[in-house]
Design a protein around this ligand. Sequence first.
Ligand SMILES: NC(=O)c1ccc[n+]([C@@H]2O[C@H](COP(=O)([O-])OP(=O)(O)OC[C@H]3O[C@@H](n4cnc5c(N)ncnc54)[C@H](O)[C@@H]3O)[C@@H](O)[C@H]2O)c1
Length: 353
Amino acid sequence: MSVIKIGIIGAGSISDMHFDSYATNSQVEIYAVCDLNQSRAEEKAIKYGTQHVMTDYHELLALEELDAVSICTWNNSHAEIAISALKADKHVLVEKPLCKTVEEAEAIQKAVNESNGKTLQVGFVRRFASNTQVLKTFIDAGDLGDIYYAKASCLRVLGNPGGWFADQERSGGGPLIDLGVHVIDLCWYLMGKPKVKSVTGNTYNKLGNRANIQNKSYYKAADFDSNKNDVEDLANTLIRFENGASLMVDVSFTLHAKEEKMEIHLFGERGGAQIEPALEIATEKHNTMLNLVPQMDSRTFDFVKGFQDEINHFVECVLGKQETISPVEDGVEIMKILTAIYDSSKTGAEIQF
Ligand SMILES: NC(=O)c1ccc[n+]([C@@H]2O[C@H](COP(=O)([O-])OP(=O)(O)OC[C@H]3O[C@@H](n4cnc5c(N)ncnc54)[C@H](O)[C@@H]3O)[C@@H](O)[C@H]2O)c1
């Protein structure tokens, strides 16, 4: 059986999903791990029996026998590491967002084009969810017809993870680049990746990180620190596409709302779909409106299975058996949309493409 050697760069929270998923894939050897924080890297190396441990990613990329890397670092290093990895002849799976700016995204795309046929897969993990994939088979068969409207809300009432997530310099932004990236990509992917025409957006820094709140726990970054917070706490947007379709999204780290919300809806000429909180399809037959509820193990996003399927797919791409369904050019398009939302908010005007 062919075995590929993988290196994981960044050994913080989300890397657990990469380590566990690679460890479950019999075609993979987790060969090297790197983190700026040495003890964090060593802990992972012991747990997963990894041969090489380092704090400088250049040393990891210098391992000639290494086939591919997962990049699980802060957003500000994604571009630099991805480009170096491609130049070192490695396949790359880079966590979302692809990077922080359109210039960086285009530089990564150039490095992919100049590489020796290497795969760069963007970690749009929700594309790999079972509810997404099942819905896609319905969409591809024409069951929804033309999708002309989509709407997503991903609202945390208390969920600024602090640390680098709240540091504009390292993250590139708040809930929009962290959470909005997932739902905007998912809608855009299922709408058939229409060309964006214009973007209008608003971001708000009204509530801060609300580190004062007691009696309610929330997700915190590996190096949690609530002292710094210069990212938005709410963003909303209306995106128009050249085919006339539109997408409305709102996302928050914190908000005076009754409860958390995760809703994703698509509306087409022949049918509509709710993806979250659970897959359901609305349609019409024999002059009657129907709600179709698929019978499946999970109609909502299953985090563990989503990552396993994302990583299994990446491994197949590294082995040359498949082409990635989450390629660099999609990462570039999503970066264009995200940065246009921030620009529109700054200028108070719609951004035209
Ligand atoms: N797909 C998802 O659903 C999902 C969920 C959470 C995070 N993420 C993404 O994963 C990435 C990491 O997030 P996290 O929550 O694991 O953060 P984290 O802070 O828990 O871990 C990041 C790790 O990267 C290390 N690091 C940073 N820069 C480095 C460099 N240049 N070289 C080596 N190590 C470096 C840090 O020391 C830290 O241990 C981010 O891009 C984030 O957006 C994706």
